[in-house]
Design a protein around this ligand. Structure first.
Ligand code: FE2
Length: 199
């Protein structure tokens, strides 16, 4: 069964002024759609055709003969999470259990935000910044290109796309401003808290 691109969970203008309608039309409707279309073309008539997305990511990761499959499967998985990590009127208060877990992991919510933003800034070229759960502990990590926590055996709670296509129209070269707006004004902390698996 072919992979499909679900609609955004909000209107294209819902995240303005922090992420514009134009960015979402291009990023979701063109970039993400292209990953899905390319992935479908690559797995058609292969043993991966009927595998689920997580399985395709895990099987193709690290296999040089399946690098292009991984790039597109990873990016499909990453973007599906990314869209859900944001909402209209996002940012603001963090639910109690998640806030306490962030304090346990990083010392304070602000220290977590600093570390997350630094990970996004430190990713040279294209990639992602993540908040992950690893053995019950919260950690920040970054990955290049389409790579994700899934293939490293970690559970992603929050992901931020730092490819230029995610922010260039709205922030030009100011990736730090984009990361700050993401954390302070876009993240759906209820969704992130809902992904916690436990201690
Ligand atoms: Fe993207």
């Amino acid at each position: 069964m072919a992979f499909e691109l679900p609609p955004l969970p909000y209107a294209h203008d819902a995240l303005e002024p922090y992420m514009s309608s134009q960015t979402l039309h291009l990023h979701h409707g063109k970039h993400h759609q292209t990953y899905v279309n390319t992935l479908n073309g690559l797995v058609r008539d292969t043993p991966l055709e009927d595998a689920d997305l997580e399985e395709v990511c895990k099987v193709s990761y690290g296999d040089p003969s399946k690098q292009t499959v991984f790039n597109n499967a990873g990016q499909h998985w990453n973007h599906l999470l990314f869209w859900q990590c944001m909402r209209k009127g996002g940012g603001g208060a963090i639910p109690g259990e998640l806030e306490s877990r962030l304090r346990d992991g990083f010392g304070s919510v602000e220290a977590f935000k600093d570390e997350f933003a630094k990970a996004g800034l430190a990713q040279f070229g294209s990639g992602w910044a993540w908040l992950v759960e690893d053995g019950g502990r919260l950690q920040v990590m970054r990955t290049p290109n389409g790579e994700n926590p899934l293939v490293h055996g970690r559970h992603a709670l929050l992901g931020c796309d730092v490819w230029e296509h995610s922010y260039y129209l709205d922030y030009q070269n100011r990736r730090a401003d984009y990361l700050k707006a993401f954390l302070d004004n876009l993240v759906d902390w209820e969704f992130v808290a809902g992904r916690l698996q436990g201690r």
